[in-house]
Structures are given as structure tokens and as C-alpha cells.
Design a protein around this ligand. Structure first.
Ligand code: URA
Length: 435
């Protein structure tokens, strides 16, 4: 087989076979096929797309390029939940413990934040002592005993995806639905869960900017998951404004804990309940929405979801007292009120998630390059969200700062808001489900 023939085949919009795709991925991973040939192939895929069969074969080839996590030692129904990433997205910190409290085994590998989106691992690491790199044996033991563990991805998972992703980044081929779908699903399949629930974020603060593109991505991932014999569901959710109110690592941990206590922001709480409901149905623990919904509410009201989070923190060496004492997380030196200075009452019409994410990043909550350290205590807490009424002098947001880029961050927050004197209706965060 010669790589040049495969490039020509894809350029001419013909279907690559399983053997050909495996040849490409193996050759690229072991250094026999050079970057320039793979770049040409990626561009041909970008323009001509891939069939469902090709996407599955690409996913499996990337999966086979590295280590697969074997969860067979874990008893019970295993589920993974994945989000394509957004601003203020601390969903896993609430959905994981609640699903585990309902009897699902949540063996979860998460990532770090890059750019304006935060990562679950950075949020967890803002809890003193929390360890995200436990051994495979401890990971299995913990999930068996308490039903949940959240750890970082091991270095050896899908090395082909890491190489391809870096190449896509510099060849203008990141935004290809088959390539994104295979990239995400290769990692999900490698992490071993039987059931996969995907949160595909849509909007300015997300990777997918509109619902049509997001639907295509969701359908692509669900089709790969199902063809690989994993029950897979994708939910499209709105990222037109940040999720909840807190954006910044320890601030988001506090909001997640409050949500498990039943006091979280309404949009965030509803989204979390929705995801746990989906998980319970996909995993066959509940037969319908009504039964699942009732079970999740019970686990919030009786505190079992919160206890599960505390247990996970304790198992992973974190200080579980954080559940009742937020001072353990430390705090920023200064909290600055950002006020609305108009003279007339207005409603929030727009709240740009991307700008709020970037403001938090400027303060030090996120990183621009993978090597940068983050400041867990800084960030933004939104006091007004889309549809809220704002009176003159009302605080629209609080900036938690240690002095880094504060003025720029405040300016960015002002620019993120757009007001209207007419009433604005709040829209639903759940946009669509692809099964
Ligand atoms: N996230 C991934 O893991 N891969 C992509 O290609 C895009 C987003």
C-alpha cells in the first residue's frame, strides 16, 4: 500500500477501506508516514467528508494506537459523560456524584482547560490535596467501592489522536465534523464505559457555533458509539451565555456544591437534573423520565449526591470539609462589583459566553498555553443573566481578582453584556437530543 494512492483516493471522494485507514494511522503513529502526506489527506477529508463506516474505522484505528482502559473489574453499569466544553461548565462535578448516588458506576476521565473553556481537572485540583493521578488499581477499587472517580487521562491513551490533533491545529483542518467526532469518540471508547452520554455545547462560547453543525457532530458521534456497541446519546445544550453564575475554578466548585445542596442557579440545576435523568435511562436504571427525575430529586433532597461528592474528594486525598467550609479553597484578594450605570431599567438581552470566559482567563483562571499555571481563586460571578431585569446601579457581576489584568477583564465583562428596554424571555438550555 502506498500513502500517495490513498491521498488520491480520498481526494477523488472515494471511500477508504478499514485496512487502508489502519495502514495510515499505524504508519503515522510509528513515524513511517510523514506529516506532509497526512496533512494532504486531512485536507481531502475536510472537503470530502467521511462515510459512517470510515469514521468508525478511523475511530477504532486511533483507539488501537494506544492503551485501552479495561473496566471489566468494576461491577455494575458503567457510564461516562463527556462535554465538548464551555464557559462555567462544572456539570461533571454535580452529574457524576448524583448519578453515582443513583447506582451508576461513573468511571470518568477528564481533561484540563485550554483557552476560554475550563477543565474539570483544574476545578477539582482547586480543592487542597485532591489527586487526579491515581493508579489504575486504585481507580478500579474506588469506582467499585463508592461508584465514582474522576481522574486525568493517562498518557498512553490514543497517541494517534494527539499527533493528528496537533497537525490539524496547524493545517486548518480542526473544524471537520468526521475528524472531531472520531477524535472525541476514540478517547471515549478507550476509556472503557458501556454507556456514553455526550453534552454537545452550541453557541458563541462553544466549539460548535450553530445548531446545524452541532447536530451533525452529535449524529456522527452517536453513530460511531452505537456501531462500536456502546449505548450513546448526545444532548445539544445552549452555550449562548455561561452556564450557571460562577466562572473560575474554586468559584465553580462552590457553585457545584451549592447545587448539590439544592441551592444552585436554576439553569445549571435543571441541566444537571436533565443529564442524570438521561444517564439513568441509558443505563437502564429507570424506565422513563418521570421515574428518573423523581430519583434524582430524591438524591438532591436527601443529601446523598452531596455525600457522594464528599466521599470522592476524601478517596482522592482532598479535604472533604470543603463541603461545609469554603474558606478551605482560599479566596482572591479583592472582589470588585461591576455595576450597570444606565439611567433606565433594562433587561439583559445578550451575555457573550466567550467574552466572559476570556475575562476569567485574563484574571488568571485559565491558560493560553498548556504549560501555564492557573490561579484557582480568581474568576467572575455573574449576578445578572439573559432575561434578568437590571436597575440603575445594580451589580451585574463580581470580579474576584488578585490584581492580574483586572481593568481589561472588567472592560471585557461590560462588553459581554447587551441590554434592551423590552422584556427578554429566558430560553431553554436543552436544545435537542440525538439518540
Ligand atoms: N475535542 C477533541 O477531543 N477533539 C477534537 O477534534 C475537538 C475537540
Amino acid at each position: 500500500m502506498r500513502m500517495i494512492d490513498l491521498i488520491l483516493k480520498k481526494r477523488n471522494n472515494e471511500e477508504l477501506t478499514k485496512e487502508e485507514i489502519h495502514f495510515i494511522i499505524e504508519g503515522y503513529t510509528n513515524g513511517q508516514i510523514p506529516d506532509y502526506q497526512v496533512s494532504a489527506l486531512l485536507m481531502a477529508i475536510y472537503f470530502n467528508g467521511m462515510t459512517n463506516e470510515e469514521r468508525l474505522n478511523l475511530t477504532i484505528a486511533m483507539l488501537k494506537s494506544g492503551e485501552e482502559i479495561n473496566l471489566s473489574k468494576i461491577k455494575g453499569i458503567k457510564c461516562d459523560k463527556h462535554s465538548t466544553g464551555g464557559v462555567g461548565d462544572k456539570t461533571s462535578l454535580v452529574v457524576g456524584p448524583l448519578a453515582a448516588a443513583c447506582g451508576v458506576k461513573m468511571a470518568k476521565m477528564s481533561g484540563r482547560g485550554l483557552g476560554h473553556t475550563g477543565g474539570t481537572l483544574d476545578k477539582l485540583e482547586s480543592i487542597p490535596g485532591f489527586n487526579i493521578s491515581i493508579s489504575a488499581d486504585d481507580f478500579h477499587r474506588q469506582v467499585n467501592e463508592i461508584g465514582i472517580a474522576i481522574i486525568g487521562q493517562t498518557a498512553n491513551i490514543t497517541p494517534a489522536d494527539k499527533l493528528l490533533y496537533s497537525l490539524r491545529d496547524v493545517t486548518g483542518t480542526v473544524e471537520s465534523i468526521p475528524l472531531i467526532a472520531s477524535s472525541i469518540m476514540s478517547k471515549k471508547l478507550a476509556s472503557g464505559a458501556d454507556n456514553i452520554v455526550l453534552d454537545v455545547k452550541v453557541g458563541e462560547g462553544a466549539f460548535m457555533k450553530n445548531i446545524d453543525e452541532a447536530t451533525k457532530l452529535a449524529e456522527g458521534m452517536v453513530s460511531i458509539g452505537n456501531l462500536a456497541n456502546r449505548k450513546t446519546v448526545a444532548v445539544l445544550t445552549a452555550m449562548n451565555e455561561p452556564l450557571g453564575c460562577a466562572v473560575g475554578n474554586s468559584l465553580e466548585v462552590i457553585e457545584a456544591i451549592e447545587t448539590l445542596k439544592g441551592n444552585g442557579p436554576k439553569d445549571f440545576l435543571e441541566l444537571c437534573i436533565y443529564f442524570v435523568t438521561e444517564i439513568l435511562i441509558v443505563c437502564g436504571i429507570c424506565k422513563d423520565d418521570a421515574e428518573a427525575h423523581a430519583l434524582v430529586e430524591e438524591k438532591i433532597n436527601n443529601g446523598e449526591g452531596l455525600n457522594k461528592l464528599a466521599e470522592m474528594i476524601r478517596y482522592q486525598n482532598g479535604n472533604q470539609n470543603v463541603i461545609n467550609d469554603y474558606s478551605i479553597l482560599g479566596s482572591a484578594e479583592e472582589i470588585i462589583e461591576v455595576k450597570y450605570f444606565g439611567k433606565m431599567p433594562v433587561y439583559v438581552e445578550k451575555l457573550d459566553a466567550l467574552m466572559i470566559g476570556e475575562a476569567a482567563m485574563l484574571l488568571g483562571a485559565g491558560r493560553e498555553t498548556k504549560e501555564q499555571a492557573i490561579d484557582p481563586t480568581v474568576g467572575v460571578v455573574l449576578n445578572k443573566k439573559i432575561g434578568d431585569k437590571v436597575l440603575p446601579d445594580d451589580v451585574i457581576a463580581y470580579v474576584h481578582t488578585n490584581g492580574k489584568n483586572t481593568t481589561n477583564a472588567i472592560e471585557m465583562i461590560f462588553n459581554a453584556y447587551r441590554f434592551n428596554n423590552k422584556e427578554i424571555t429566558k430560553t431553554n438550555k436543552i436544545l435537542k437530543v440525538v439518540r
